[in-house]
Design a protein around this ligand. Structure first.
Ligand code: BMA
Length: 325
């Protein structure tokens, strides 16, 4: 890993970034971005969002031995949008992968004829897919499943958008007895207000990760500026047994666009992770993210340093309070 611009940064960018670009694909496409991540048969597997030169996206697998280099595009393993169906008519985007037993549960955005919504498909090999349909109606995205039950219920983090302007877009949590019917929905991490880096719009990054201190969330916050939006990343921690309870939410962002490949591209100023992998040492965390909606990158952090950071830095005391006031 190469050091990033400031050596005090928690996440260190890989010196080989970007690890995948449109030029790495066998056919001409516009961009590769926002990958989900997991490990399959001992290899790191990225489920890449590929934006074609139609503007519509599909999902394609790339694998690597060490999760950093030597990426191989897999022509056999992919998920195509079922464009005859309303929910995936304009493509599929931004997958998050949760392994439950031998199954990989992929929760992704369907670009439906009524706007973005949350879809679910299950696979064991990324070749054969069982489509489970729509989990949340539009507009909703940035969703992922937890890998275990809480008092007999599954939990989903997601980000619905209020139809009323000015109320903000917050991270929510919903519960289900069967992974199909969802309810008991509530705001989990509200967007802050005013001048904060994560004012007005937040959304989950990779799926929640179980740690010594609870479930670690990495989320993006969007700052609107005169020259466009800046997507940065922050951390929060949820109670191990009741994930609707926020234990901590860091006040400062921990990763933001700095390098030329993050500041220049189709959408400049964006780092957008959908996956991370905790390595066998139990501490090395690889965060996979889309840079500027154009390429795929990886940054490395120490999990214990991230948790220490949350413990020792100012954290929102009102993290669970509804926005406003
Ligand atoms: C979000 C999603 C992401 C995208 C990001 C920045 O709303 O659409 O796919 O990377 O915006 O453009």
């Amino acid at each position: 890993m190469a050091g990033s611009a400031d050596p005090r940064e928690l996440f260190k960018r890989h010196k080989g970034n970007p690890i995948l670009t449109a030029a790495d694909l066998p056919r001409m496409v516009n961009a590769v971005l926002n990958p989900g991540a997991t490990v399959l048969d001992g290899r790191t597997l990225l489920l890449l969002r590929v934006e074609h030169r139609t503007g519509l996206s599909s999902l394609l697998v790339a694998t690597s031995e060490d999760g950093l280099s030597g990426w191989e595009i897999d022509r056999e393993r992919h998920l195509q949008p079922r464009s005859e169906r309303f929910e995936e008519h304009w493509g599929i985007e931004d997958p998050r992968i949760t392994q439950i037993g031998e199954d990989y549960h992929v929760v992704y955005v369907g670009y439906s004829t009524a706007g973005p919504l949350v879809c679910h498909a299950v696979t064991r090999d990324f070749v054969e897919w069982e489509h489970r349909g729509v989990l949340q109606p539009p507009e909703d995205k940035d969703a992922a499943l937890f890998p275990r039950l809480f008092d007999g219920r599954w939990a989903l983090v997601h980000r619905p958008v209020s139809a009323m302007p000015g109320l903000g877009s917050h991270i929510w949590i919903s519960f289900s007895p069967d992974l199909r019917y969802w309810g008991d929905s509530r705001i989990l991490v509200p967007a802050r207000r005013g001048g904060w880096w994560d004012a007005n719009k937040v959304g989950l990054g990779p799926p929640p990760l179980l740690t010594r201190d609870g479930w670690l969330l990495c989320y993006h916050g969007v700052r609107t500026t005169a020259s466009g939006s800046i997507y940065r990343l922050g951390l929060a921690l949820l109670d191990r047994d009741d994930p609707s309870k926020v234990i901590a939410r860091g006040n400062e962002w921990v990763f933001g666009p700095q390098e030329p490949y993050e500041r220049g591209g189709d959408v400049p100023g964006v780092v957008f992770p959908c996956g991370w992998v905790l390595r066998d040492d139990g501490d090395t965390l690889h965060l996979y993210y889309g840079a500027a909606d154009s390429s795929v990158c990886v940054a490395e952090a120490s999990l214990s340093e991230l948790l220490d950071h949350l413990e020792t830095h100012p954290s929102a005391t009102d993290a669970t309070a509804p926005p406003g006031g």
